[in-house]
Design a protein around this ligand. Structure first.
Ligand code: FUB
Length: 339
């Protein structure tokens, strides 16, 4: 169901002053923006929402996307260039349906596009495609990344050059189906008791095409060092993992899904654990909330989406706002104004 939940007034003081209210792209629908700076330009890797006519359900089948477009900007507030189709589902040999939130990375002189899509068995896996250009076209590998599952890959490269992938999403993202180590299509959307399901992470191989070592849990802990209970829907991880580094600390941010917040937790290492700090983006118009955080020319920006153009939950539009840190390293909560 669509939600137009209002801001949580119990969160830290909302920062509305720097909100840029206009969609960045208006001629197609875009969502889940993963922004990166390559060669002094901003590149945005979003989902490309379409009206596929697939009926809406709790598994998110109505998010039935089929390709990716990549966008670039020389400056925030400047022209946004659409570089056209960078990868089409018909050119991913193992894919069946639903190209969800992607991410990108640069290493070894190559660009890597990471994407979740359901395989021929209707199981979400994470794939990788490569290009010599940040805007593609990208060529998909023949198979998904070995050991990958679920959705929403976010690839972070630390200052020492090591790259990590964070991923996972519950409900339609199928993370709960892997709770016992192997796929179980009958698993309930999430546990009703005990600890919340943890997001996942893995170190990337030097060639960026696969995982080096095992997939591990990302530990998000409360102020007492305890994981959140599964019933704590205001704070537990749902989907949309993102990692960034600020002042030597690692910030793991994510969507709380059915409570519609972008929350964040801070740690001393890219592998965690991370201590919950609060909400950085209050609920936006539309059910989903999904973001990325990037530094550009000395300022920090939050890329996110809402449904301003369509008012339909599966037809979203990407936006950007400036992000502000407090002196103690916490982030001022952003409230995205409605039109
Ligand atoms: O865009 C499809 C899905 O919606 C994403 O993978 C989730 O994060 C949510 O934004």
């Amino acid at each position: 169901a669509d939600s137009t939940a209002t801001a949580d007034t119990t969160a830290a003081a909302p920062d509305t002053a720097n909100y840029l209210s206009q969609p960045l792209v208006t001629d197609i629908y875009t969502a889940d923006p993963s922004a990166h700076v390559f060669n002094n330009k901003i590149y945005i890797y979003p989902s490309h929402d379409i009206e596929a006519g697939t009926p809406e359900n709790d598994n998110g089948d109505h998010f039935d996307m089929r390709d990716y477009h990549i966008f670039s900007m020389d400056s925030i507030g400047g022209k946004v260039t659409d570089h056209g189709v960078a990868l089409d589902i018909k050119n991913i040999p193992w894919a069946k349906r639903q190209l969800w939130a992607p991410d990108a990375a640069f290493k070894n002189g190559k660009y890597y596009l990471y994407f979740p899509v359901k395989d021929k068995q209707d199981v979400f896996r994470i794939g990788v495609a490569t290009s010599t250009s940040p805007t593609g076209p990208f060529k998909a590998e023949a198979k998904p990344i070995a050991g990958s599952y679920s959705i929403d890959p976010a690839v972070f490269t630390d200052t020492d050059g090591t790259s990590y992938m964070y991923f996972g999403g519950i409900w339609g993202g199928q993370l709960q189906r892997w709770a016992k180590g192997k796929y179980d299509s009958t698993a309930t959307p999430e546990p009703a008791t005990g600890n919340a399901l943890a997001p996942k992470m893995a170190k990337m191989r030097a060639d960026m095409l696969g995982f080096e070592g095992p997939v591990k849990d990302v530990q998000i802990l409360d102020e007492n060092g305890k994981p959140f209970q599964a019933t704590n829907h205001d704070k537990r991880f749902f989907e949309a993992a993102w990692m960034h580094k600020y002042n030597g600390k690692y910030y793991f941010s994510y969507s709380t899904g059915d409570t519609h917040n972008i929350a964040y937790a801070i740690g001393d290492s890219p592998t965690g654990p991370f201590t919950y700090k609060g909400v950085l983006l209050n609920p936006v118009q539309g059910w989903t909330n999904h973001h990325s955080i990037v530094e550009f020319k000395g300022k920090w920006y939050l890329f996110y989406h809402d449904t301003q153009l369509s008012n339909q939950t599966h037809l979203r539009n990407i936006k950007v706002a400036e992000l502000t840190y407090q002196p103690d390293g916490t982030i001022k909560t952003i409230t995205a104004l409605k039109k």
